[in-house]
Write a protein that binds this ligand. Sequence first.
Ligand SMILES: [Zn+2]
Ligand SMILES: [Zn+2]
Length: 320
Amino acid sequence: MTARGVAARSKADRRRVLSSCVIPERLKDREAVHTSCRQVYLGGDETPASPSELESVDGPDGRLSGYHPAMELTILGASGAWPAPGGAANGFLVRTGGYHLVLDFGMALLPNLQRYLPHEQIDAIFISHEHWDHCLDLYPLFLARFFRSDPLPPLPVLAPAGVFDRIMAMEDEEGAGEIRKSFEFRKVEPGVDFEVGPFAVRTSLLPHWVPNLGVRLEAENRALAYTGDTGTSRDIETLAREADVLIAEASWLDGQDEGRDPYHLTARQAGIHAVGANVGGLVLAHFWPTNDREVSREQAAEVWEGPLTLAEEGLVLEVA
Ligand SMILES: [Zn+2]
Ligand SMILES: [Zn+2]
């Protein structure tokens, strides 16, 4: 199934996209169908949506007015290692009800986030691991919060401990104290279940150069799993079992993993894990910036026949 995201500028166009959703026959027997047809570009290279446009079309927080999915995923950044031109490194906004959780906060994520949500409305952030393409923009977020005239309550940031050390090291001792006031750092131990807002959260330590937490979010009878950065592992499938959507890193293409440490996935390996986990839909993300994403799609599609979406900044998906 190909992505049906379209560049729609008017409310009428967007409604047409939403109402034109057709579930392919072969998918109707699935218990959980990832309605990847319910995709709307709110931004992107072809028709960038200005903040004022978003306001007039979608309401103050960028949400589609008149339609409120139980769980909604907005792609904020889709590059691994460093941002592709005009893009951002890894990050995803997950909304349930009025709650806004951001998964990973990589380079250039803050500018994209603010196209869809005022940063003050983030309720919590989960960081998979300490590499900069997953957490660097916590620093400009700190600055945006620090320079407000009216202080905000500390923002929960849930992460492996190494993330906090990295961010604090960007300031001197006094500045680090301010960072501590701005964020409420909550260290997450792998495999420990917890709740944040409306989400039941599970984590799993997945193989990477540094501790990386794959995460599964459940709320409103929906389940979304995200790998962070990882090599192949059965634990991915345990974590993502029967999830409605799996966001899997797909850093490499076939052959690019040869001779390298086994700590990233090829798109094909992501597809194999999606099959093993029997998920409803697969979103490929964390593309190496110099790779052709359409080749990633082709290679994943050779092993995964279900709904397949390439992550792209500005893409909005209903998790269902
Ligand atoms: Zn990464
Ligand atoms: Zn990494």
